[in-house]
Structures are given as structure tokens and as C-alpha cells.
Write a protein that binds this ligand. Structure first.
Ligand code: DLZ
Length: 158
């Protein structure tokens, strides 16, 4: 996870499995689209960098992070080796934030337990848009890059 002390976007590419033979689905939430598009770009470009073929990357858009669970569940049934779920939830004035964050985290955890392929959690859960910007291509890296690296490592598990 990106933090002031540890920016995983600076990972060592030699430690990442080659992606040439794998297929991925990227499920992208439309809420806070400026953030989720940067996360998508980070994930997409990292998969390409590790030799995943463009035609082997499928994108599915969903309205909000709450819908990532359903989108990822549908993606698990497609001909792919891993799913990356991409969202950005930002704290507002009500408790909506915690309900969405909890639902998505538990939902994706459940998909990992019940499905045959891994679902990577690339959902920013920040107090402010400034924190989200820092983690989606800003000073603290890009969580999308981390998610793609995690996906490549998961598909290579025998
Ligand atoms: C309703 C809502 C709110 C208030 N905030 C966010 C957010 O910060 N990030 C996000 O991805 N989605 C948000 N949503 C939308 C919900 O995720 C969901 O799309 C709607 O409640 C419809 O089910």
C-alpha cells in the first residue's frame, strides 16, 4: 500500500511474473471518475508493461463502487484469469462512506473465497480528494499500478 514511507509504485519489475499468457478484467467505478480513470490507466499500463496483450484486457464500467461487487462477480464468469476492481470512495458528511467501503471490501473478499479466480481490491477509501489524488498518480504513487502487480502475482500462483 502506498504511504509516505512506502510507495509500491516503485516496485522491482524483476519480481513480477510475465503476463503474456494471461487475461484480465478491469471493473471501473464511474464515481469520482477523475480518480478512477487515473487508477485504470495505472493498472492498464502496468499490465501492458508486463507483456499482457491489449486484446486480453477487458474493461467493464459500473456506476459506483457499491456496484463493483456485482461487476466483479460477472467478470469472474468471463474467460479471464483475474479481476481488478477499481473505485474511489471519499468521505462525505454522512455515514454513507462507511457503508459503501464495508460492503465493497466484504463483497470482494467473499468473491475471492467463493470464485475460481482472484479479485484484486483497488478501491481508494480516503477522507479527502487531495488524499485520493496523491494515491492515483500523485506524490504517493498510483494504487492502480500496485493492483496490476498484485494481479500478475496472483495469476502466477500454481
Ligand atoms: C452514493 C455514493 C456516494 C455518496 N459516494 C460515493 C463515493 O464516494 N464513491 C463511489 O464509488 N460511489 C459513491 N456513491 C455511489 C454508490 O457507490 C452506488 O453507486 C449508489 O449507492 C447506487 O447503488
Amino acid at each position: 500500500m502506498a504511504s509516505v514511507l512506502n510507495n509500491l509504485s516503485d516496485y522491482n519489475p524483476k519480481n513480477v511474473p510475465d503476463g503474456r499468457k494471461y487475461r484480465f478484467a478491469l471493473v471501473v467505478s464511474e464515481w469520482n471518475a477523475n480518480i478512477t480513470e487515473s487508477l485504470f490507466e495505472g493498472a492498464f499500463q502496468t499490465l501492458i508493461k508486463h507483456n499482457v496483450l491489449k486484446e486480453n484486457i477487458v474493461r467493464i464500467d459500473v456506476p459506483g463502487s457499491f456496484e463493483l461487487v456485482y461487476g466483479a462477480s460477472k467478470a469472474q464468469q468471463m474467460d479471464v484469469d483475474a479481476v481488478i476492481s477499481i473505485g474511489s470512495v471519499i468521505q462525505g458528511e454522512t455515514r454513507h462512506f462507511e457503508f459503501i467501503c464495508n460492503a465493497v471490501a466484504h463483497g470482494i473478499k467473499d468473491l475471492n473465497l467463493s470464485g475460481k479466480i482472484p479479485v484484486i481490491f483497488c478501491v481508494l477509501t480516503d477522507d479527502t480528494i487531495v488524499q485520493s489524488e496523491a494515491r492515483s498518480g500523485g506524490a504517493l504513487g498510483n494504487k492502480g499500478v500496485e493492483a496490476a502487480v498484485a494481479a500478475l502475482k496472483m495469476v502466477a500462483i500454481p
